[in-house]
Ligand binder design. Structure first.
Ligand code: FAD
Length: 354
C-alpha cells in the first residue's frame, strides 16, 4: 500500500499508456503506470503468429522516438513488442507490473486505485486498458448446441492447428479477413459476413487511414461539411496477405448463416454445412470494468466523453485508446500521440491551478 499521492495514475501498459507516460515525464508531474501484464507490449504480445501491422514502421511511431525500420514489408507484432519494450526503457517510464487495478473509487479530492497487492491514491487517472481483454461474442441461435470448437480472434494462433479441417470464420473486419487469408491454404475455409465485405483501395495503408480520420476530425471540429472519413471507403485494409488471398479467390464471403447446428451451420436457403470449428472475429469492447465503481457508463456501455479523452461526469478521469470515441484514431500507434499529448497538457494545466 502506498500512502503517497500521485499526480497521475496511468492504468494500462500498452502503447496508449506509454504515449501518455512520454508526455507526463516531460511535464514533470509525479506519475506511475500500472500494468496487469508481466512484460511490456500490451495486446501485441497476444495476436496470432502471422499478425503484421497495416502500415510501415515509419508510420507507426509513438511520440519522440520513431519505430525502428523493418525492411521486409510491414512489421510483425513481435517488432512492435520490441519497440514498446525499448521505448519504455529509453524514457525510463515508471511502470509497475504485474499490477491489475481491480477498482477505481472516489475518495474525497482523490481517486483511489485498488489492486490485490495494495491501494494507491491519485489526483488524476488515465485509463488505457485497451479492448483485447474484452472479446465480444454475439448471441447466435444454436451457439450452445454446436459440438465443434468455437473460438474468438483472441484465441486464434496459427493455421496449422486447423490443418485439413473445415472452418467457418465470422465477421466483416480486418481480423476476419486476415485470419481467412492465413487459414485458407491449410483448411477448407468459409467466410461469412453480415454485409458484403468492403475492401479499402489497395494503396491505402494505416498512414492514409490516419490522415482521413484526422481530416474528418478537423472538419467536424471546424463545422465544415463532413467528408465521411473512412466510412465511405471500406473497412478492410488490403495488406499484402489479404490482397493475395483476395486475388486467389479465397476471400469470397457468404451472407451470414441462420444458426448453428450440432455439427455445423444452417444457411438461410435451408442448406446445411458441417464444420469442425467456428472462429468468431466479432470484435471487442473497451475493458472498463475497473471503472465500474465510478458509475459513469451510459446505456451503450461506454463512458460519455463528448469525443475527447475526458469523462464528462468525472473530470479527473481520462480515457486513452479504446476507439475514436476517446479521440480520433487514438487506438492506433500513430494516433495515440495526439490524444496523449492533449491529456497530459490538460492535466498539467489543472495541477498548476491547484
Ligand atoms: P493494449 O495494447 O490492449 O494495452 C492495454 C494494457 O493494459 C495491457 O498491457 C493490459 O494488460 C493492461 N490492462 C488491462 N486492464 C488492466 C487493469 N485493470 N489494470 C492494469 N492493467 C490493465 N493499430 C495500429 O496502429 N496498426 C495496426 O496495424 C493495428 N493492427 C491491429 C490488429 C488487431 C488484430 C487489433 C485487435 C488491433 C490492431 N491495432 C492496430 C489497434 C491498436 O493499435 C491495438 O489494439 C493496440 O494494442 C491498442 O493499444 P492500447 O495501449 O490501447 O491497449
Amino acid at each position: 500500500m502506498s500512502t503517497d499521492v500521485l499526480d497521475v495514475a496511468v492504468i494500462g501498459g500498452g502503447q496508449a499508456a506509454l504515449a501518455a507516460g512520454f508526455y507526463l515525464r516531460r511535464s514533470g508531474v509525479r506519475f506511475t503506470v500500472f500494468d496487469a501484464q508481466e512484460e511490456p507490449g500490451g495486446a501485441w504480445r497476444h495476436g496470432w503468429a502471422s499478425l503484421r501491422l497495416f502500415s510501415p514502421a515509419r508510420h507507426s511511431s509513438l511520440p519522440g522516438w520513431p519505430m525502428p525500420a523493418w525492411n521486409q514489408g510491414y512489421p510483425p507484432a513481435a517488432h512492435v513488442v520490441d519497440y514498446l519494450t525499448a521505448y519504455e526503457k529509453r524514457y525510463e517510464l515508471p511502470v509497475l507490473r504485474p499490477v491489475r487495478i481491480k477498482a477505481v473509487h472516489r475518495d474525497g479530492d482523490l481517486l483511489r486505485l485498488d489492486a490485490a497487492t495494495g491501494s494507491w491514491w491519485a489526483r488524476h487517472v488515465i485509463s488505457a486498458t485497451g479492448t483485447w481483454w474484452r472479446p465480444y461474442l454475439p448471441y447466435f441461435p444454436g451457439r450452445d448446441e454446436f459440438q465443434g470448437r468455437q473460438l474468438h480472434t483472441v484465441q486464434y494462433r496459427a493455421p496449422q492447428e486447423f490443418q485439413g479441417q473445415r472452418v467457418v470464420v465470422v465477421g466483416g473486419g480486418n481480423s476476419a479477413a486476415q485470419i481467412v487469408a492465413d487459414l485458407a491454404p491449410h483448411a477448407t475455409t468459409t467466410w461469412t459476413t453480415k454485409r458484403p465485405p468492403r475492401f479499402l483501395p489497395d494503396d491505402l495503408d494505416g498512414r492514409a487511414l490516419f490522415e482521413l480520420a484526422d481530416r474528418r476530425y478537423r472538419e467536424l471540429r471546424d463545422g465544415r461539411p463532413d467528408s465521411g472519413g473512412l466510412g465511405g471507403l471500406g473497412d478492410i485494409v488490403a495488406v499484402p496477405p489479404v490482397r493475395q488471398a483476395r486475388d486467389r479467390g479465397d476471400l469470397d464471403a457468404r451472407p451470414m448463416f441462420d444458426r448453428l447446428t450440432p455439427t455445423g451451420v444452417a444457411w438461410a436457403d435451408g442448406r446445411t454445412d458441417d464444420c469442425d470449428a467456428v472462429i468468431w472475429c466479432t470484435g471487442f469492447r473497451p475493458a472498463l470494468s475497473h471503472l465500474a465503481p465510478l458509475g459513469l457508463r451510459d446505456g451503450s456501455g461506454l463512458i460519455p466523453t463528448g469525443g475527447g479523452p475526458r469523462a464528462l461526469a468525472e473530470p479527473r478521469l481520462h480515457l486513452l485508446g479504446y476507439g475514436d470515441w476517446t479521440g480520433p484514431a487514438s487506438a492506433t500507434l500513430i494516433g495515440a500521440a495526439r490524444t496523449a499529448r492533449d491529456v497530459a497538457r490538460a492535466i498539467t494545466a489543472q495541477l498548476e491551478t491547484r
